[in-house]
Design a protein around this ligand. Sequence first.
Ligand code: IMP
Ligand code: MG
Length: 170
Amino acid sequence: MTMKLLLSEKRIQQRVGDLARQISKDFAGRELLLVGILKGAFIFMADLARKIKGPVKIDFVRVASYGSGTCSSGKIRFTKDIEVSLKGKDVLIVEDIIDTGVTLKFLRRCLRARRPRSLAVVTLLDKPSRRKVPFQADYTGFQIPDHFVVGYGLDCAEEYRNLRGIYIVK
Ligand code: IMP
Ligand code: MG
């Protein structure tokens, strides 16, 4: 297996800073509830949360797709739900990467039903060419081509999440 650098630590940190500035501006004067999707989003979430100006609360959700492999199947379920009520809150879902779009389409529909004041999605990475269902995030860090990537929270069989950059694996 070979690994090729796609996004350096410096580029990622700069872009996370841009996203945090935009989000801070859009939600100025409001309290945000960040909902991170485990496990991949944990590092992005930690950096983003610390760069956002203003009050932030955090929670996590974990979803699993039925079936296995690197291809997301059509159905997903909660294996860990959010622990607080979303009613009346400004909620920002934090995702590492959008691939087929199935996970976020399902999750956004479920969370919208809980009547938040607003519901938006930020993703660090987006592979638009892989969509099976139409989905667009409100904030996107980088659009990337159709490669499998690891690092900065993203894994391949649970490895490489702690790398500071993002790498293409082949
Ligand atoms: P989807 O958009 O429902 O297909 O699911 C996206 C999820 O698949 C992400 O949250 C990741 O957990 C995983 N995933 C998709 N592409 C990659 C990749 O290139 N590297 C690591 N995980 C990925
Ligand atoms: Mg994920």
